[in-house]
Design a protein around this ligand. Structure first.
Ligand SMILES: [Zn+2]
Ligand SMILES: [Zn+2]
Length: 307
């Protein structure tokens, strides 16, 4: 990864697997440029490269070689530009409704914390369904959106999980939508999340799945290979991570995410998928572009119970 001015400058190259600490590591995918910077983050990105991706021969975990220092990562997320993200608000609401259905298959209500709550779509639908909700979000802009959206029906902490200092064993459910792939130490992070649950409480996580059909077919063009994705789980390594964090795995599921046609074509064109550039130009001018469609990007949703 080449680092330019204004990008992440402190961090380290991993020599050991962040999941099992094994040192028998191979290259899974070579880097395609794409330094971790403001314009390479989130849905408003202009650069879609990713750094070198490694694989642990011991446990099969796939992860990016470069680990930015926590401080730098927090600064990046705090200042992330959410313009495109907000344009997709309608799609996010649909995705949030799907998330709630998946959660309520296991538990009907209680105290819920959404870690990495972004602009609060999930908190909103959960609050409307009767849950007592808390959100944690390090980006100031997104946390402010979430507060506005909730309109007093829950707490939103503009902080990292560590800074939020939530009460241990105080929640019935904890959700991590598209969060675990972003943290430098996923096992420590999941362990801390588990500690916030009451015994018998539920933890739900959605992550990109490196063994999904989409990831295997698209290889280096898989849209979820991104500079800010540090961890690439599959069902085996996700389950292993949960076991090590003191959780009992109960189910896997798959969720489609909802996006507008224009956004899907825009992102595909950034990854050089044939026909998508032309398609993107064609739908920009008409109503087809703003239609919401469900898309399976190759992700896995997992449910656990705290023992
Ligand atoms: Zn390993
Ligand atoms: Zn992500």
């Amino acid at each position: 990864m080449t680092l330019e001015q204004g990008t992440v400058t402190t961090g380290s190259s991993l020599q050991r697997c962040p999941l099992c600490a094994g040192s028998d590591i191979e290259v899974h995918l070579e880097a395609t440029g794409g330094a971790l910077a403001h314009d390479a983050l989130g849905s408003s990105r202009t650069d879609v490269g990713h750094g070198k991706v490694l694989r642990c021969r011991g446990c099969g975990f796939v992860f990016s070689e470069f680990r930015p220092a926590d401080e730098e990562l927090h600064t990046l997320y705090r200042e992330m530009n959410p313009t495109v993200y907000e344009k997709e608000a309608q799609g996010r609401l649909k995705t949030a409704q799907r998330h709630l259905k998946m959660v309520q298959r296991h538990i009907a209500g209680g105290r819920l914390v959404d870690v990495g709550c972004a602009s609060g779509s999930f908190l909103k639908v959960a609050a409307e369904a009767g849950w007592t909700v808390t959100g944690v979000e390090p980006s100031e802009t997104l946390a402010n959106y979430a507060k506005k959206l909730l309109d007093g029906r829950g707490d939103v902490h503009c902080a990292t999980l560590q800074q939020a200092k939530l009460q241990p064993q105080s929640f019935d459910a904890l959700t991590l939508f598209d969060v675990l792939e972003h943290v430098t130490d996923p096992l420590a992070f999941l362990t801390e999340c588990a500690s916030l649950l009451k015994p018998g409480g539920y933890l739900f996580a959605n992550v990109p799945d490196i063994s999904s059909l989409q990831a295997r077919v698209l290889g280096g063009r898989w849209p979820l290979l991104l500079a800010e994705h540090l961890n690439y789980f599959d069902r085996t390594t996700l389950k292993r991570c949960g076991d090590a964090a003191g959780l009992r795995w109960i189910a896997f599921d798959r969720r489609p995410a909802s996006f507008t046609v224009e956004y899907v074509l825009y992102r595909l064109s950034q990854h050089g998928i044939p026909g998508s550039s032309l398609g993107h130009r064609m739908v920009q001018e008409n109503s087809l572009g703003s239609m919401c469609i469900p898309v399976y990007l190759g992700e896995t949703f997992a449910a656990w119970v705290r023992a």
